[in-house]
Design a protein around this ligand. Sequence first.
Ligand SMILES: *[C@@H]1O[C@H](CO)[C@@H](O)[C@H](O)[C@H]1NC(C)=O
Length: 106
Amino acid sequence: MRLNPLLATISISSLAVATLPASQCTTGPVQCCNSVEKASSASVSKLLGLLGIVVDDVNALVGVTCSPITVIGAGGNSCSAQSVCCSNNSFNGVVALGCTPVNLNL
Ligand SMILES: *[C@@H]1O[C@H](CO)[C@@H](O)[C@H](O)[C@H]1NC(C)=O
């Protein structure tokens, strides 16, 4: 019995979608943040205070006003601000905690 070429095409393309490691953080999509600063910075600590967020590590990077980047490489998607991977994005992108800068242009 021959392999159905249509099914083969579908499984190859879904594999391609599933393997975009450079565009993904282990914690979810790469975030594009307007700014990324240490939790100890004046503007970020004020914001965290307003939101009632307690950050244990004052040297941890916090992203401010972030949105997820879900499509990389399709149509020149870019982040003109700072792209980061954040371990905690429980605040709908208003702030994201535990961020690590990533370079999307590699
Ligand atoms: C994210 O951080 C907030 C504030 O520290 C905390 O309440 C929340 O449980 C954290 N969420 C995750 C998934 O770690």
